[in-house]
Design a protein around this ligand. Structure first.
Ligand SMILES: [Zn+2]
Length: 125
C-alpha cells in the first residue's frame, strides 16, 4: 500500500482492533487517478468494497481524520444488521451517535458531534 495512506490508516485500524471489529482487507487501487491522492479499496468478507483515499498535500492530522472518517463509514455499513452500528460510540451519548473524526490543533481526534467534546486521539480509543 502507498506509504502515506498506510500511515494515515494505521491509527483507525488500531482503534478497530481494540474494539474487536475485524478490519477490512485493504487492496492497492489507484482509483482516484490523481497524483495528489493515495487511494485503496476496503473489502468486506462478503465481497462488497469501498474506496478510501487521502490527499497528499494536506497536514498529517487531516489525512488521519479523513481516513478515519472513511473507514468509519465502512465499519458502519459492515456492522449494519449484525451489531450496533454507532462505531465508535460516543461515551457521553452512547445510544445516540458515533464519534466524529476531526483534525484539531494539529492532532487527529475523535470528538462528540453534538457538543464537540474531545474524547480521544484517533488510535488511542
Ligand atoms: Zn456525544
Amino acid at each position: 500500500m502507498d506509504e502515506v495512506l498506510r500511515q494515515a490508516m494505521e491509527p483507525v485500524l488500531r482503534d478497530l482492533r481494540g474494539a474487536g471489529v475485524a478490519p477490512p482487507r485493504v487492496e492497492d487501487d489507484d482509483w482516484t487517478d490523481d497524483a495528489d491522492c493515495a487511494s485503496a479499496m476496503l473489502w468486506s468478507p462478503d465481497g462488497s468494497g469501498r474506496g478510501v483515499y487521502v490527499s497528499r498535500p494536506v497536514p498529517e492530522c487531516e489525512r488521519v481524520a479523513a481516513v478515519a472518517d472513511q473507514v468509519q463509514e465502512w465499519v458502519i455499513e459492515e456492522l449494519w444488521g449484525q451489531a450496533p452500528t454507532n462505531w465508535p460510540p460516543c461515551p457521553r451519548h452512547p445510544d445516540h451517535h458515533p464519534l466524529r473524526a476531526v483534525p484539531r490543533e494539529g492532532a487527529a481526534v475523535w470528538e462528540c458531534p453534538a457538543d464537540e467534546t474531545l474524547i480521544s486521539p484517533i488510535g488511542a480509543l
